[in-house]
Design a protein around this ligand. Structure first.
Ligand code: SF4
Ligand code: SF4
Ligand code: SF4
Length: 234
């Protein structure tokens, strides 16, 4: 071992050899790859990895009336006729403002105006059907989203007694008090009707409704013609 080898356990000579070897392998691989029509693949193997493509942009979701079909179809098909808005008894359904694009002036629930009472006869769905659009469907689940409590604003979280949201909730066990007397939303039961929002006495309101992100597509109605008895085989 000469002096240089003692100083550097991996000698500069070896490093040079390794580099040369890699360079040769790269050139050889590239040349062979090109000859076999796979030059790009071999060439790319020595390049920086390609960064993954950016995720698809999130679609905005809004608090739609119960039974509204998926957001993309809903905004694409709504004619903004306002029939559902006019039919809504508590007047909680309003045209969406403050946005650009197709969703502008489509119907949304504004919980601060009372929240959806989930009318048994579903006037919003009926009005839409009568307009020939049928994008608020009686057959689809009624859930619209779920409530979420802002701890920094809620009175119960700072030790004051308040049960207003629990008292007005029409769904049994959707919002309850825990052992600290703090309201807790059961997201599996809460429908996102927004009635609790309207009852909250603090400003700004300590409850908001997160709309359901993935509403189901239009339900498939049974085709009565297909079910009709066909001609007898003989
Ligand atoms: S179910 Fe009733 S309260 Fe709810 S949005 Fe439809 S019409 Fe309005
Ligand atoms: S009735 Fe139907 S089409 Fe008309 S505004 Fe309401 S959701 Fe849109
Ligand atoms: S917790 Fe609020 S949003 Fe959920 S069901 Fe009860 S009142 Fe409606």
């Amino acid at each position: 071992m000469d002096k240089e080898d003692e100083k550097y356990p991996v000698s500069r000579r070896e490093m040079l050899r390794t580099k040369l070897g890699l360079g040769l392998a790269q050139s050889l691989g590239y040349a062979l790859g090109r000859a076999h029509g796979v030059g790009k693949h071999v060439e790319n193997a020595f390049r920086e990895p390609v960064p993954p493509s950016p995720p698809a942009p999130e679609i905005a979701v809004y608090l739609r009336p119960p039974g509204a079909i998926d957001e993309i179809s809903f905004t694409a098909q709504c004619t903004k006729c306002n029939a559902c808005i006019e039919a809504c008894p508590p007047k909680t359904l309003v045209p969406l403002t403050g946005v650009f694009g197709k969703a502008f002036e489509t119907p949304v629930i504004d919980p601060t105006l009372g929240g959806c009472t989930m009318c048994d006869d579903r006037p919003c769905a009926k009005a839409c059907f009568e307009e020939g659009v049928d994008i608020i469907e009686a057959m689809l689940p009624l859930n619209m989203g779920h409530a979420t409590i802002h701890r920094s604003a809620c009175r119960s979280h700072i030790g004051e007694e308040c049960t207003l949201c629990i008292d007005v909730c029409p769904i049994d066990q959707a919002i309850t008090q825990d052992w600290r007397k703090i309201p807790v939303v059961n997201q599996d039961i809460c429908t996102g009707c927004g009635i609790c929002v309207n009852s909250c006495p603090v400003e700004p309101v300590a409850i908001s409704i997160l709309p359901m992100k993935y509403r189901p597509p239009k339900s498939v109605q049974p085709d009565h013609d297909q079910n009709a008895q066909g001609p007898s085989p003989d």
